[in-house]
Design a protein around this ligand. Structure first.
Ligand code: 5GP
Ligand code: MG
Ligand code: MG
Length: 200
């Protein structure tokens, strides 16, 4: 069996690499069906969605294009506020395109609500959302999410693109860390995306 990287820091594996790939394959089948005859533009929200986009794009049996966006969401303390700034904008012109926003995780959903309406104002044919993970108990927005990998409990997760202080993005599994990683028993500061710390 493959050794888990950073094993001493991992409290629990929520989803293994194999489970994630199998779920992404299922989502790809749905997306292919829904976009038949069209060429979706996958928009990855940096940096967390890098792994999801790269695996999803390679799993899809239809032509796709890819582009990337980085946003920073300012919050009071640990909550994202929905006040968003674009750090890196798209290269692509969205006129007439079928846009599929790809996210790693939806927490409050406020960042995505803003992003979806921002992209809708650029003249696309459609804008939908795909996320690997969602925390339903934390949702503060009713932004419609068409493709959802897994609903997860309200715990801070890392791996498969998701970071804590820019670490653990490279882990193949989605995991929960041990409290000592955060320097104590208390919860880490989640969901705050800032320029200096790296968006996403
Ligand atoms: P939202 O606007 O939905 O509250 O913010 C979502 C963003 O918060 C995600 O893209 C991610 O950067 C961060 N985030 C939320 N929950 C988690 C989590 O459990 N782990 C990690 N690593 N980031 C999270
Ligand atoms: Mg982060
Ligand atoms: Mg993200």
């Amino acid at each position: 069996m493959r050794a888990i990287d950073c094993q001493d820091d991992v409290r629990e594996v929520l989803y293994t690499e194999e489970q994630i790939h199998a779920r992404i394959a299922e989502m790809a089948r749905e997306i292919e069906r829904d976009y038949e005859g069209r060429e979706p533009l996958l928009i990855g929200v940096l940096k967390g969605a890098v792994m999801v986009v790269s695996d999803l794009a390679r799993e899809l049996r239809c032509p796709v294009k890819m582009d990337w966006m980085a946003v920073s969401s300012y919050g009071s303390g640990t909550e994202s506020s929905g006040v968003v700034r674009i750090i890196k904008d798209l290269d692509a012109d969205l006129t007439g395109r079928d846009v599929l926003i790809v996210e790693d995780i939806i927490d409050s959903g406020l960042t995505l609500t803003w992003l979806k309406s921002n992209l809708e104002s650029r003249g696309p044919n459609s804008v939908e959302i795909c996320t690997l993970l969602r925390k339903p108990s934390r949702l503060k927005s009713d932004v419609p999410v068409k493709y959802i990998g897994y609903d997860v409990p309200n715990e801070f997760v890392v791996g498969y693109g998701l970071d804590f202080d820019e670490r653990y993005r490279h882990l193949r599994d989605v995991v929960v860390l041990k409290p000592h990683v955060y320097g104590g028993e208390e919860e880490p500061e989640p969901a705050r995306v800032e320029v200096e710390e790296g968006a996403g």
